[in-house]
Ligand binder design. Sequence first.
Ligand SMILES: [Zn+2]
Length: 240
Amino acid sequence: MASMTTVASGLVPSSLPTTGRLLVDSHENLVPPHPILASPKIRHRGAVALPNPLQYSNVIPSSSHVKLSKLETLPVEIVDQILSYLIHPCCRLPGLTETQSRYDVSEKQKRSIKDEEDLTQGADSHRWAADIFSLHVLPHPFNALSRTSRRCNEFVEGYCSHLVRQCNIFNLPFAQLDRYGAIHPDMSHIVYRRLWLQHAPRRCIYCFAALDTYPFPLVKRIITACEGCFYRQTLVRSSH
Ligand SMILES: [Zn+2]
């Protein structure tokens, strides 16, 4: 097993410090990964429960001759930090900056800034999710990023698995996994990204107010909102 690990680490690009990967996100104490997660042999037997960042080099055998993007060559700790900003995608209201769009800036202040807008300029349409007619095709940043490459998918899945582990609202047997190394049923096929997005509070992308917490009503798409978070999500709860 030791020799296999050596072979595997030989494939790791020198610019990618993959050792010492955290098991929870940066807001919590760092936990070293369980030794079983570092074993490619056991992973092949299907006994590993989490996507293991230490094995990126095994998952991508062609990494030596495929040119990686800048993001893909960053250390996982930095990627995790970047991903933490993408959990709740942000945008700004037309004519305002992101800070001015926030919930703690009053409507009156927003209005006074808007009133000073130069109307001879073109519409402020260079904003994320500005086109309300194509919101239904707009994926969550995690979904969009994980589709770009296998490595990004591993980054996102790894990060989400730590988020899921941290809150563990779905009551997954992480404690048993840590204790025994392998459990049944196998947890390695869980798409942690989906699990996390199912649970993460949904926020207004403009003012960042929480619109919904898990469990959500049936509408499954990016929530944009504002103008009073679209009248606090279109009227009251009892009108659903
Ligand atoms: Zn809002």
